[in-house]
Design a protein around this ligand. Sequence first.
Ligand code: HEC
Length: 138
Amino acid sequence: MKTKMKHIEIALLPVLIFIFFSFTLKGKQNNEWKTPEYCKKLQNDVPCTKENLLLGKALYRKHCNSCHGEKGEADGIKATKLDSPPAKFVVESFCQQTDGEIFYKISQGRGDMGSYKKKLSKEDRWLIVNYVRSLEVK
Ligand code: HEC
């Protein structure tokens, strides 16, 4: 009986190792920050006027500058002190996202970035969405 158990354990070992590695590798490769479908379609009701962009800029400077940098290049003063680098906003992959996706990410936060659901009103978050969208891609 004892030897039979040993055989089973030995046979299971490679299986367990395989499962362990496939999970750790998957975690590393699949770092994409996914947004639920319904959030992608959220309507941005804050118009992108010059005045609103200035409001968005002031909010961005206060809350986001320190990590994401003045021009959205992920070079804020805190940027190098984080475990994971802050996102750049002036890249194509960022521009391809919908307003709803950006709004969702600001609201939720992830890793070093906290949630802004309670810190900022919905309107303030949309003002920031408009502002980060207005940053120029090089
Ligand atoms: C303490 C540093 C820090 C602050 C402050 C911060 N962020 Fe972030 N942000 C990050 C980090 C780090 C990530 C990458 C998170 C990840 O992918 O796990 C990130 C990711 C993002 C993303 C996702 C980008 C993408 O392409 O998926 C958006 C949008 C964003 N931040 C917007 C903002 C806005 C707007 C503010 C201000 C209201 C802000 N962040 C404040 C650190 C910060």
